[in-house]
Structures are given as structure tokens and as C-alpha cells.
Design a protein around this ligand. Structure first.
Ligand SMILES: *Cc1c(COP(=O)(O)O)cnc(C)c1O
Length: 378
């Protein structure tokens, strides 16, 4: 089945009992048991809820995995996955991972003795150099935020497997429509479903999909034991979002290409970052491992003053954190999403003060370009 069809017919479809074509919202915490110790498959909604289960089956299908899990946020899904490890374990991570992922590893999980090293995984050589005796996993994000750096997922997973490490991929930017890390050799895929999967800026959620049954059993144990589950209302909203993921991603990308074209030829712009650009680092790898390049674009206007000015002038781009929704969003990473990263580290990563990130929405691209044009020319 192709992706667009899977989004609509994957997982659990509708309601057997009534024929309702949409999975009902089971707003319930507990389930009547026919006899002590016997149950209908559901006992308590932290352990399992039919609406959440339908979503978990859907994400499992669309990422071609063995088992899916839904959590209260992207960070909750990552936290649960990190609970697969133990004190003293070491994890190698992409150096410009999402700011919240960096914070979780360096300010929270470090307290429990989980170590993380950050390296430029877009160069495969740098991964091997960081492997130690206690290294247990490789955590990748590709493309990254905000510089859209691309890691060769298949190449990295091959290195990981050779050293007995798990490969975990944050696929939030790629989305299952464009990129399927499990098929490229990863063991676990994570999503901030708050972004493209939800797609309408109305739900905060996280998803995880694992490739084998044993990992699935372990992660379900952790999901139930730690409890960061997604509620039934939000599970339903997310399923609704996923139904249109294919057509949304196609249109997001079409708009993004037009805007990249415009930005690349504008004399006020110092540099444009987009994996679909031929000159982009690892463009060929992006082309090989993804079916599309997404709708996240970053560009450098030179300095903070110019960046802030542009943000006050745009009318259709909403000044906000987050991404992947129907409305176009604009932000200055150094002041917003990446403010929690120390200035020195930001500089080392190349996240300059004049860097602007846009998440291209589903408005008409002519209007979006006119908006950027007037903001840049003023
Ligand atoms: C937003 C985001 C997260 C965190 O997800 P939440 O749903 O906000 O907790 C993780 N990774 C990436 C790439 C993100 O964009």
C-alpha cells in the first residue's frame, strides 16, 4: 500500500460495532472485567486505551514497524525511549539535535548517569571516533533544526549495528511520508507529532515506533510504568491529522520550493539552507534516503537587527515556535527555539544571530513570497 492510502486505511479503521468510519474517542479510564483477573483486552487506560491503540497501530503501519506508542509529547516519547538504557550507558547524538533533546540529555538524564556525546553525524567518520566501551546507542536527527543538516541514516545505522548499538532516529522533520528510518536500518523512530503529523497547531503529542517485538515489549513496559501516555482526545485529533499528511506534505513542499527559489535569488540573503538545494551538504544523500525535502527553510540575513526587523514586517508568517502546521511560521532560532543552547555552542554549530527559520505552510505561495518580498525590501 502506498503512503497516502496507508494514512487513511492503515491501523484500525472505524468502529466495528456501529460502522462509524472514524474511530470513536474512548474517553474512559477503566474497563469492566467479566471476572477477577479476566479482561476484554483493556484494563486501565494508562496500560491501553482503544483510541490510543488505534493511533499506535496506525503509526506502526506507516513507519513499517512492529509496534507503535503514543505519548503526551515528543519529549515524553524520547524520555521513554531513553529509559531503555541504564546508569553508565553512553549515547552518541547528532550535534544539532532539537534544543529540548539536548536539554533532556545534558540537564536531566545526566543526573541519572546516562551519558551523551554530541558529534557531527553528517560526517560518518565522526561517529566511529566517539564509540566507547559503554556506548549503547546512536541517536540521529535528519534533517536537523535549524540548519537542515542531513545524516546518511543507512550508513550510520550500519556503523551502529557493527558495534552492537541501537539506532534511534528523530524523524519529525522527515515525516513518514518522505522518510522511513526503520527501512534504512534504524531500530527506533521518534516523532514530535505536534508538528507535521498533527499539522494544525492544535495538539502536543509524541510517537515512537520500534522494529522488533522484544524492543516493543520493553517499551510498552516503560510506557505503562512511567505513564507519559497520550489521552484519547488528542489521539483522535492526531489520527485526523495523519489522514491528510500526504497531500499536506506535497503542497508544503511545492510551496517551499517556490520560496527557496525566491530567497536564493534575493540580494539581501547571505545563505539559504534547504536539503533540496543542489549545493546543500549531503544533498545527494537526502535525495537517496528521502522521497522529498520538506518545508523547513533557514536563511541568513546577516545580523540580529535585520532578522528582528524582518520578523516585525511579515504579515502572513506568524512569529511563533513550532513548525509543520497549515499556517506559515517564522522564528529566530538564536532567540527562540535554540535560546536554551549556550551562545558559544550555538556559534560552534553555525546558528548565527541573523539566521531565520521558516516553516512553510499551506497558504498560496504567491502570497507568501509577496509577504517576504515586502518585508525584505522595507
Ligand atoms: C518539537 C520537536 C521535538 C519535541 O517535541 P514536543 O512535541 O514539543 O515535545 C523533538 N524533536 C524535534 C525535531 C522537534 O521539532
Amino acid at each position: 500500500m502506498k503512503k497516502k492510502t496507508q494514512f487513511i486505511h492503515g491501523g484500525i479503521v472505524g468502529d466495528e460495532k456501529t460502522g462509524a468510519v472514524s474511530v470513536p474517542i474512548y474517553q474512559v479510564s477503566t474497563y469492566k472485567q467479566p471476572a477477577p483477573g479476566k479482561h476484554t483486552g483493556y484494563e486501565y487506560s494508562r496500560t491501553g486505551n482503544p483510541t490510543r491503540h488505534a493511533l499506535e497501530e496506525l503509526i506502526k503501519d506507516i513507519e513499517d514497524g512492529e509496534r507503535g506508542f503514543a505519548f503526551g509529547s515528543g519529549m515524553a516519547s524520547m524520555t521513554a525511549v531513553m529509559m531503555l538504557f541504564r546508569q553508565g550507558d553512553h549515547i552518541i547524538m547528532t550535534d544539532d539535535v532539537y534544543g529540548g533533546s539536548f536539554r533532556l540529555m545534558t540537564k536531566v538524564l545526566n543526573r541519572f548517569g546516562l551519558e551523551a556525546t554530541f558529534t557531527d553525524t553528517s560526517e560518518l567518520d565522526s561517529i566511529e571516533q566517539e564509540i566507547r566501551e559503554n556506548t549503547k546507542a546512536l541517536f540521529l536527527e535528519s534533517p536537523t533544526n535549524p540548519l537542515l543538516k542531513v545524516t546518511d541514516i543507512e550508513g550510520a545505522a550500519t556503523i551502529a549495528r557493527r558495534h552492537g548499538l541501537l539506532t534511534i532516529v528523530d524523524n519529525t522533520f522527515g515525516t513518514p511520508y518522505w522518510q522511513n528510518p526503520l527501512a534504512l536500518g534504524a531500530d527506533i523512530v521518534l516523532h514530535s507529532a505536534t508538528k507535521f503529523l498533527g499539522g494544525h497547531s492544535d495538539v502536543v503529542a509524541g510517537l515512537a515506533v520500534v522494529k522488533d517485538r522484544k524492543l516493543g515489549d520493553e517499551l510498552h513496559f516503560i510506557q505503562n510504568a512511567t505513564g507519559g501516555v497520550l489521552g484519547p482526545q488528542d489521539s483522535w485529533l492526531l489520527m485526523r491529522g495523519i489522514k491528510t499528511l500526504g497531500i499536506r506534505m506535497e503542497e508544503h513542499e511545492r510551496n517551499a520550493r517556490s520560496i527557496v527559489e525566491f530567497l536564493a535569488h534575493h540580494d539581501q540573503i547571505k545563505k539559504v539552507y534547504y536539503p533540496g538545494l543542489e549545493g546543500h551538504h549531503n544533498h545527494e544523500i537526502a535525495k537517496k534516503q528521502s522521497r522529498g525535502f520538506g518545508s523547513m527553510i533557514s536563511f541568513d540575513v546577516g545580523n540580529r537587527e535585520k532578522a528582528e526587523k524582518l520578523l516585525t514586517k511579515v504579515r502572513l508568517f506568524t512569529l511563533a515556535e513550532s513548525l509543520g502546521a497549515v499556517e506559515s511560521l517564522i522564528s529566530i532560532p538564536s532567540l527562540m527555539t535554540h535560546a536554551s543552547i549556550p551562545a558559544e555552542r550555538r556559534k560552534a554549530l553555525g546558528i548565527t544571530d541573523g539566521l531565520i527559520r521558516i516553516s512553510v505552510g499551506l497558504e498560496d505561495s504567491d502570497d507568501l513570497i509577496s509577504d517576504l518580498q515586502q518585508a525584505l525590501d522595507n
